[in-house]
Design a protein around this ligand. Structure first.
Ligand SMILES: Cc1ncc(COP(=O)(O)O)c(C=O)c1O
Length: 356
């Protein structure tokens, strides 16, 4: 963790900093102009990503948000309808780029744990009619952030893909944290990618890179995406300094996610024993822990500010929910300490409420 040692930062796995090995790799990376496709390190990373996902081609982009936007623009035409999960990152946290920049109509569909029900997809696909926009694609998110890092399993993806194919639409996966899903279920990432047309994953979250995401799909899709990346100002020059740590991430950092999951489990179990904190343990499947503090009689924002006073950083999510994410900067001692601190804060809140 790069912050003051006394601070335990659970806000996101994006706060991770590159490893020494990554910094060394950046120093010695073979560089070239990537808009001319002459950066050998970028080319190597893209080949590695495509091979890992068993797709034809890959493209390094600046962020997960840019990857999602490029995919929306590559898989559809302005005015089309896009079916996505109602708690998805694309719908909530990407500044409305889906409408403002891609010109698309998002069609949000609710789900219980983040996996769209194929029947709901079916009923959201508008028939061909003079009144309706043309549906173009379905987006899934895996793992699902706002549902608590939940996993969409390969069989769920297959069932979604069957409906999507029947209607001749494209299936895209925002796989920002797809390796958390593969590590948690101990299955190869190809099992998740085989049913989607294209996907993205992030290097800059649990895999600890400083920057970057990869879009992966067919040659045709990636060539279209490359042009749109340029349109959006995302054509990079000596991007090998971003790609070099990305190669290390793919070769060496995936298995370490298991430790984040163990820490998240311990944190969740500890929190579940604290009176007044409500947590749905079924949702704690990877490295994200959400819990509800409304029974303590204060808002998530107030609770998070009390945590901050004691050196623990977390994020409020809406009125009632607090989010804590485990990552390479969190050790098991941080978990033990944080549970004790939270217990103490809650004790004080509860005793104060009783006096009143
Ligand atoms: C599921 C999901 N998709 C996309 C993104 C966007 O990634 P970035 O922050 O790199 O734009 C995030 C970021 O947290 C995410 O959680």
């Amino acid at each position: 963790m790069n912050l003051d040692d006394d601070i335990i930062d659970f806000r996101s796995d994006t706060v991770t900093i590159p490893t020494e090995e990554m910094l060394e790799a950046i120093k010695y990376a073979k560089l070239g102009d990537d808009v001319f496709r002459e950066d050998q390190t970028v080319n190597k990373l893209e080949e590695l990503a495509a091979e890992k996902m068993k797709k034809e081609s890959a493209l390094l982009v600046t962020s997960g948000t840019q990857a999602n936007l490029i995919s929306l623009m590559s898989n559809s035409n302005p005015g089309n309808l896009v079916i996505l999960e109602s708690e998805s990152h694309i719908y909530w946290y990407e500044v409305g780029g889906i409408s403002k920049l891609a010109g698309l109509l998002p069609w949000p569909v609710k789900s219980e744990f983040g996996a769209l029900d194929p029947k709901d997809i079916e009923s959201s696909i508008h028939p061909s009619d003079i009144h309706f926009p043309k549906p173009a694609m379905v987006c899934i998110e895996n793992t699902h952030n706002r549902h608590g890092g939940t996993i969409i399993t390969p069989s769920q993806i297959k069932a979604i893909s069957d409906v999507v194919k029947q209607h001749d639409l494209r299936l895209y996966m925002d796989g920002a944290r797809i390796f958390n899903a593969t590590v948690a279920l101990k299955i190869d990432v190809k099992k998740f990618t085989r049913y989607v047309d294209n996907l993205m994953f992030c290097l800059s979250k649990g895999l600890c890179c400083p920057v970057g995401s990869l879009l992966v799909g067919s040659h045709e899709f990636i060539e279209k995406a490359r042009k749109i990346r340029k349109l959006l100002g995302g054509g990079m020059r000596q991007a090998g300094i971003i790609a070099a740590p990305g190669i290390i991430a793919l070769e060496k950092m995936i298995n370490r996610l298991e430790k984040d999951h163990k820490n998240a489990q311990s944190l969740a179990e500890g929190l579940s024993k604290i009176p007044g904190i409500q947590i749905d343990l079924k949702r704690v499947q990877t490295n994200i822990v959400y819990y509800d503090v409304s029974h303590l009689g204060l808002s998530a924002e107030m609770f998070v500010s009390k945590l901050k006073d004691k050196g623990i950083l977390a994020l409020p999510l809406a009125e009632k929910k607090v989010r804590m994410v485990t990552h390479r900067g969190i050790e098991s001692e941080h978990i033990t300490k944080s549970i004790a601190v939270i217990e103490n804060i809650v004790d004080k809140i509860n005793s104060h409420t009783q006096v009143l």
